[in-house]
Design a protein around this ligand. Structure first.
Ligand SMILES: O=C(O)COP(=O)(O)O
Ligand SMILES: [Mg+2]
Length: 233
């Protein structure tokens, strides 16, 4: 565990459950899809527990009505369901979703201090970019790496390594800030430090169990942690 984050030059923020409370719109789109397929809707709590591995897996979990995907799902059904989900989600992207408290202020403070800022999400590009724009983050974020930007998504380290390369820094100088074990595992695999936030989704589990370098309860604590490090440390 690093004694400080003095070496940090760039920050990779996860999106869903970290910057954006997206579960309400994902829940809406999942239920519209299920209803269209003649199936019973599911609860917000269920959907929240299925977020984290991208939309294909979310749709498969919804069809299975469980976190563990039913291996007997017909590929044609999954494809049809995915098409429906995309249609409904595209129309409900930011209807019920909201930024978490202090997101803009925190990003502005970090950017003003010279940090490069990225979003590294497992969400597909077609939904991520409109959300980043809609919530006014485009001018604050230097790079967006989505779940379909590269062949592998988190917990693979590839998106973080791509990010470090883009910023021309070492992965050890890139801090991953996320709500999920996928974020922390990706950071560990990339040899990047990580901060786990407690308010997000993480399949309903305690983020501290993934052993991030630091656990924070609020994003607002981040600037002080990164920018007010005594010189002698
Ligand atoms: O799309 C998901 O399943 C999760 O996205 P995230 O990586 O931004 O949390
Ligand atoms: Mg997340």
């Amino acid at each position: 565990m690093p004694s400080s984050f003095r070496q940090i030059r760039a920050i990779a923020f996860d999106l869903d459950g970290t910057l954006l409370h997206s579960a309400p719109d994902l829940h809406y789109a999942v239920n519209q899809m299920l209803i269209e397929l003649g199936r019973e809707p599911v609860s917000l709590g269920q959907v929240t527990g299925w977020i984290g591995n991208g939309i294909e897996v979310l749709v498969q979990r919804a069809l299975s009505r469980s976190f563990k995907v039913d291996t007997r799902l017909e590929p044609e059904l999954v494809e049809q369901a995915l098409g429906l989900f995309k249609l409904f989600y595209a129309n409900a992207l930011h209807r019920f979703s909201s930024l978490y408290p202090d997101v803009e202020a925190v990003l502005m403070a970090l950017k003003a201090a010279g940090m490069k800022l990225a979003i590294v999400t497992n969400k597909a590009t077609e939904f991520t970019l409109p959300l980043v724009q809609q919530f006014g983050l485009s001018g604050l974020i230097d790079l967006v790496v989505c779940g379909d930007t590269l062949p592998q998504k988190k917990p693979s380290p590839d998106q973080l390594l791509y990010c470090a390369e883009h910023f021309d820094i070492s992965a050890t100088e890139l801090l991953m800030v996320g709500d999920s074990r996928n974020d922390i595992q990706a950071a560990k695999a990339a040899l990047s430090p990580s901060i786990g936030l407690t308010y997000g989704y993480n399949y309903g589990e305690d983020i501290a169990l993934c052993n991030p370098d630091r656990v924070l309860n609020q994003l607002a604590e981040l600037p002080a942690l990164l920018l007010s490090v005594p010189e002698s440390v």
